[in-house]
Design a binder for this molecule. Structure first.
Ligand SMILES: [Zn+2]
Length: 259
């Protein structure tokens, strides 16, 4: 099993230790940095735990601090062999619609870094309301900029992102939201995506899957999302686990050499 997106450093140290014990049989866990301090903490966790790798980046809600120093620090960390992705980046109009220009600037910097280091770029996409502005703008940005390795994290199923993701060969990453009752449209989208482009994540400690809603999430709970995805795809969880593990490895190259 692989958890391709979590935030281990958002938990208390003893909770992180417990979460890693519960996921001891996982093949790989990718913990995602969201700001300079968290990037350092995420990389530290990756260095201390053989099954953990890190992504480093600047979350769209943290872009106010972007500066030449922050950029240099990010680039420096991104060269570490245990770093296997850049992000999460993207657009968030839910929490910070007023920082849109800075969000684009941070996205562009992280895209350049991902290209330079040949790493996947992880996208967070969240709109303020049902206007789906963030989904539409990210799709438009992808059409122009075409990052070579794209991950759509906590994929929402928006048709324009499906279309652009397919065109770019992006990976569609499913979180606990796939298990929520109201998300029938998302399960419908999950049915028809290419099997070799689907990966599974928790976004822990956020987005716990059913039946753990309201409780803190942790990597081991990604099995509930996997089970739902398997049901949607008409496969057994074991079959799908083999496929999604292989997809995650192709995307992030945890056990391969970094080029
Ligand atoms: Zn995240």
């Amino acid at each position: 099993m692989t958890d391709t997106h979590c935030h281990l450093d958002f938990m208390q140290p003893q909770e992180t230790a417990q979460a890693l014990r519960e996921a001891h049989n996982f093949r790989a866990i990718l913990t995602i940095g969201t700001n300079p301090l968290r990037n350092h903490n995420s990389l530290k966790l990756a260095q201390e735990n053989p099954q953990v790798w890190a992504a480093v980046g600047l979350h769209p809600t943290e872009v106010g601090i972007l500066s030449p120093e922050v950029e240099a620090d990010l680039e420096d960390l991104a060269k570490h062999p245990k770093v296997r992705a850049i992000g999460e980046t993207g657009l968030d109009f839910y929490w910070h619609p007023q920082t849109k220009a800075a969000q684009y600037k941070a996205l562009e910097f992280q895209h350049g870094l991902a290209r330079k280091l040949n790493l996947p770029l992880i996208f967070h996409v969240r709109s303020a309301k049902d206007d789906h502005r963030a989904e539409l703008e990210v799709a438009a940005w992808l059409r122009i900029n075409r990052p070579p390795k794209t991950v759509l994290h906590a994929f929402s199923g928006h048709p324009r992102l499906v279309e652009m993701g397919l065109e770019l060969g992006a990976y569609f990453s499913f979180a606990g939201s796939l298990t929520y009752k109201r998300n029938e449209a998302l399960r419908e989208a999950a049915k028809s995506l290419p099997l070799e482009k689907i990966i599974v994540e928790t976004d822990a400690p956020f987005l716990p899957p059913e039946p753990y809603r309201g409780k803190p999430n942790h990597p081991a709970l990604s099995r509930f999302t996997l089970a739902k995805l398997a049901e949607v795809r008409g496969m057994t969880a074991e079959e799908l686990e083999t496929v999604t593990d292989a997809n995650a490895e192709r995307c992030f190259s945890f056990f391969g050499l970094r080029l």
